[in-house]
Design a protein around this ligand. Sequence first.
Ligand code: GLP
Length: 239
Amino acid sequence: MRVIKCKNYDEVSEAAARIVAAQVTMKPDCILGLPTGSTPLGMYSRLIQMNKENKLDFSKIKTFNLDEYFPISKDNNQSYHYFMFENFFNHININKENVNIPNGETDNPEGECVRYEEAIGAAGGIDLQVLGIGQNGHIGFNEPDDYLESATHITSLTQNTIEANSRFFDSMDDVPKKALTTGMGTILKSRKIIILASGKVKAEAVRSLLSGKITTQNPSTMLNLHSDVTLIADEDALS
Ligand code: GLP
């Protein structure tokens, strides 16, 4: 695993944006795998800036988001659908038909997961997957457990994640308890992966990721099985 050591959050955002920009420049019709969370916000705002300055063209890219709460409506301002349009897609020249996010409104979550997994395959697979990391080492919503799922699936959130994500909701009770998420296999099939980590709250998960040991109790450690992963982390996350 390559590690890009950054001083702070701004440097993490800058390094991540530069890698995404390089990918889109090299392959204008590439497939990007995208995360939500507070960590990628700085990266998204830099990419928006580059697009506004006509330095980067998103008109041909396709995107697949990692995950979505379930159940949740698309116009709920805590849905990942809302988050992505608000923080990225509404501000760049992406063709909205090329945006893919698991449908948290479905009444057939299992069927939606099969459809989503197949759609990624039909598009040709993900060229560059951008990841954040949960405090407990989750990626997407692949939570620590005895067994991890390979393909896109419906999952229950751990108490740790419900608490961590409750900061975005009015109360802990409002956090959905389930999610639709791409699986470990979906993520590991990506041709290239970058994972962003910032802040002391991520230090323990990052320590375990960098130990090189693989455990389902920290799903991010499975990235050690992939041959092209870059961790972009600041001093606090590496502390
Ligand atoms: C969420 C998302 C993850 C994200 C993680 C970290 O639960 N499902 O994809 O990486 O939390 O979020 P943050 O960047 O806000 O710490």
